[in-house]
Structures are given as C-alpha cells and as structure tokens.
Write a protein that binds this ligand. Structure first.
Ligand SMILES: Nc1ncnc2c1ncn2[C@@H]1O[C@H](COP(=O)(O)OP(=O)(O)OP(=O)(O)O)[C@@H](O)[C@H]1O
Length: 257
C-alpha cells in the first residue's frame, strides 16, 4: 500500500533571484519500504525530505501521506501529525545536552503529555531494544557518536511513528559506527515495518535500503532496487553515482565490510 505519494512537486525558493530547487518530482513510497535519496550536493535532497516531513511547503504539486493531502492541514494539525506519525534522525543528532539520555528519548512523549509511568515503560523498552539501557542516566556529552545516533533513533521511535525520516544519519560517524547505525535502521525497518526515507551521500549506507532514488538539479534522475545481494546493490549504486557526476569527495567509494 502506498503511504507517501508526491505528484509533480516543485519548490521555488523566493530570494533576490528565485531558485527552483525541485522540479516536478513524482514519488510513490510503499508502506514498510526503506528508501534512500542520493544526488550531488545542492541537487535538492534535503528540500525533498523537508517537504515530505511537512517542515517545508512545496510551491506546487500534491503531497499525500497516508491518503491525506497534507496541504489541507493547519499549522497545529501539522505539528501534531509530525509528533505522532514521523520520527526524525539528523546528521548532528539534535539531542539536548542539559538532559540525560533517558530524558532526551522521553521528550516526544513529554510533549504529548503522556502519563509518567507509561513514558518510563516505553523508554525502558526502546532503550533495551537499542542496547543503550546502561546509558540511561548519562549526559549526552558522555556518549560516543554512534551512541548518540542510537539515542536519537530511540527518540525517533518512541511515539511508534509510521515513518522515519533520516537526513545523513551516518554523516558524522566513523565507518564502524555508521555500519552499526545502518544495521539498526535496517532491522527496525523490517521488524516494525516502519517506512524509512534516508538522504545520504554514502553508497554503503544506501546499500542497506530497498531502493535508491537519485536526483540531479532538482529532477528525478534514476532509481534502482536492491536484489538478493547487498554487495551487488552497492556496486549498482556506485555505477549510477559515476554517471550522475558531482565531485569525487561528495560520494564515498569504499567497500562495505
Ligand atoms: N532556504 C533556502 N533559500 C534559498 N535557497 C535554498 C534554501 N535551501 C536550499 N536552497 C538551495 O536549494 C538547492 C537545494 O538544496 P538542498 O539543501 O535541498 O540540497 P541537497 O541536495 O540536500 O544538498 P547537500 O547534499 O549539499 O546537503 C541548493 O542550491 C540550495 O542552495
């Protein structure tokens, strides 16, 4: 079943010189899919993710999530929609340093005014699932990069969202931690059937997903699906990236371990 449907979505940033960052993008995402979005720097990946996240508005086109046209929702309805339906994971983790690990994970529940006992149960369950229970009372600065991203993933999952949106979740991590985070995202995607959309420059990270959509200059460029073998999918991703162009440092080309 389709969970996200974009039809001819365009985005023009109005500035001194208006800039068309997305040009008539059509995209349909199935429930439970793990989709990566790749493309050169400035091609419109984050713009696309922010529009799907309802954090930004398209200039034209249709955006349906779970069958509803999101442009019909008021600002308050959109905030509630994001809180309940979408979990966010960012490159720089976006955790709050004054709070403990546990309090950070609990934050979306606190915003939702849930009873404390229930909140604690939920937090314990998710921390166990992600192997971070031993960090519960620690402050954020005591966690490693990989741990921080696991904490952020726990926070993204705490409200049982239908969709996880991740913008460069491995961008600040060494390759070992990146592999761990991708394994977790992939496992969660399968176990919970949570639709996951990730923007990445990293071909190895993208090879954990089911499909990669490539965009270039704001336009759809190509898409490829994973087959049986992750290695082969990784190679196919590199091939498309080679045709897509962009500077070498933009895309990683190391082999998955
Ligand atoms: N708020 C804004 N106002 C004006 N132009 C913007 C704004 N945000 C993004 N842009 C421009 O739109 C284009 C697409 O930006 P976007 O951040 O979506 O690209 P990206 O593919 O995610 O890039 P990167 O990989 O470098 O993060 C870029 O040329 C960028 O400069």
């Amino acid at each position: 079943m389709t969970i996200i449907n974009l039809e001819t979505v365009s985005k023009i940033y109005q500035g001194v010189v208006p800039y068309e960052a997305l040009k008539k993008i059509d995209l349909s995402v199935e429930e439970g899919e793990f989709l990566s979005i790749m493309g050169p720097s400035g091609s419109g990946k984050t713009t696309l993710l922010n529009i799907i996240a309802t954090l930004d508005k398209a200039t034209s086109g249709l955006i349906e999530i779970k069958g509803g046209d999101v442009s019909q929702l008021s600002k308050d309805e959109l905030s509630l929609f994001r809180l309940k339906k979408i979990g966010f994971v960012f490159q720089d983790f976006n955790l709050l340093p004054p709070l403990t690990v546990e309090e950070n994970i609990m934050l979306p529940l606190t915003l939702d005014n849930q009873p404390e006992k229930l909140m604690k149960q939920k937090v314990k369950k998710i921390m166990d699932e992600l192997g971070i229970s031993h960090l519960a009372k620690n402050r954020i600065h005591e966690a490693s990069g990989g741990e921080k991203q696991r904490i952020a993933i726990a926070r993204a999952l705490i409200n049982d969202p239908d969709i996880i949106l991740a913008d460069e979740p491995t961008g600040n991590l060494d390759s070992k931690s990146a592999g761990d985070v991708m394994s977790i995202l992939s496992e969660i995607n399968k176990l919970r059937n949570v639709t996951t959309i990730m923007v990445t420059h990293d071909a190895i990270s993208a090879s954990y997903s089911n499909r990669v959509v490539f965009i270039k200059d704001g336009c759809f460029y190509n898409e490829i699906y994973s087959g049986e073998k992750k290695e082969l999918f990784y190679q196919n991703i590199l091939d498309v990236l080679a045709h897509l162009g962009g500077t070498n440092h933009e895309f990683q080309a190391t082999r998955p371990s």
